[in-house]
Design a protein around this ligand. Structure first.
Ligand SMILES: NC(=O)c1ccc[n+]([C@@H]2O[C@H](COP(=O)([O-])OP(=O)(O)OC[C@H]3O[C@@H](n4cnc5c(N)ncnc54)[C@H](O)[C@@H]3O)[C@@H](O)[C@H]2O)c1
Length: 184
C-alpha cells in the first residue's frame, strides 16, 4: 500500500513536469524559442519588486544556466541596488534598473517577467506583462479575487503566454505526501 502510494506520487510529479514543459514551449515566440534550444540559449528575465522575496527569486533565476536577469524593476532604488549586488557573483552581465516596470516591458529583449511586488500589483502587472508579450512568474496570491484569476487565465490564452504562480509548496513531494496522509 505504502509503495503504491509512493509510486503514484512519483508518477504524478513526473507527469506534471512533462505537462509543464509541454505547456511552455508552444507559448514561446520564434525568437525566444531559439534562445531556449541550443548550448548558449538563455531566457531573458525582468524582475519586478525585488526587496525580500524578489531578491531571493533573482538569486535563484540567476543561478539557472539558461537564464539571465537583464532588468531589475522596483520603485525603491535601494532595492534595485541591493538586488543587483545580490546577483553580481551569479552572472557576469550587470542588469539595468527601472523605477517603472512598464518601461522594462517595452523592451523586445525580455522573454519573461518575475513579479514579487506587493499583492495588489500581481494581477495588473501580470496582465500588462502578457499584453506586452512576456511570460510570467507571479508570486502568490496571483489575484485578490477569483475574477482577477480568471482574467489571468483568459489573458494567457489570448496572448499565448505561460503564467506560473509561485505556490511551490504544493509541488514539494513531502507536502504532497503529508496532505495525502491527512486525507486518509
Ligand atoms: N511563494 C513564497 O514562498 C513567498 C514568500 C514570501 C513572499 N511571497 C510573496 O511575494 C510578494 C513580495 O513579498 P516581500 O515579502 O518580498 O515584500 P516586500 O515588501 O519586502 O517587497 C516588495 C517590493 O516591491 C516593491 N514595489 C512596490 N510597488 C512596486 C511597483 N509598482 N513596481 C516595482 N516594485 C514595486 C517595493 O518597493 C519592495 O521593494 C508578496 O506578494 C508575497 O505574498 C511569496
Amino acid at each position: 500500500m505504502e509503495n503504491s502510494r509512493r509510486d503514484f506520487v512519483k508518477k504524478t510529479v513526473l507527469g506534471t513536469s512533462a505537462l509543464t514543459i509541454g505547456g511552455i514551449l508552444p507559448g514561446f515566440s520564434a525568437k525566444s524559442y531559439a534562445r531556449i534550444i541550443g548550448a548558449n540559449s538563455k531566457i531573458i528575465v525582468s524582475m519586478m519588486g525585488v526587496n525580500s522575496r524578489g531578491k531571493a527569486l533573482a538569486r535563484n533565476f540567476a543561478n539557472q544556466k539558461n537564464c539571465e536577469i537583464a532588468h531589475i524593476c522596483d520603485v525603491d532604488s535601494r532595492a534595485i541596488a541591493a538586488c543587483t549586488e545580490a546577483i553580481k557573483e551569479r552572472q557576469s552581465k550587470v542588469p539595468k534598473g527601472f523605477g517603472d516596470f512598464r518601461k522594462s516591458l517595452e523592451s523586445k529583449d525580455i522573454d519573461a517577467m518575475v513579479i514579487a511586488a506587493p499583492d495588489h500589483w500581481h494581477a495588473p502587472a501580470s496582465l500588462l506583462a502578457m499584453q506586452a508579450g512576456k511570460h510570467v512568474y507571479v508570486e502568490k496570491p496571483c489575484s485578490h479575487n477569483p475574477a482577477e484569476g480568471e482574467m489571468l487565465v483568459e489573458a494567457a490564452e489570448k496572448y499565448n503566454k505561460v503564467i506560473q504562480m509561485g505556490n511551490q509548496r504544493r509541488s514539494w513531494p513531502n507536502v504532497i505526501k503529508a496532505i495525502q496522509e491527512m486525507k486518509l
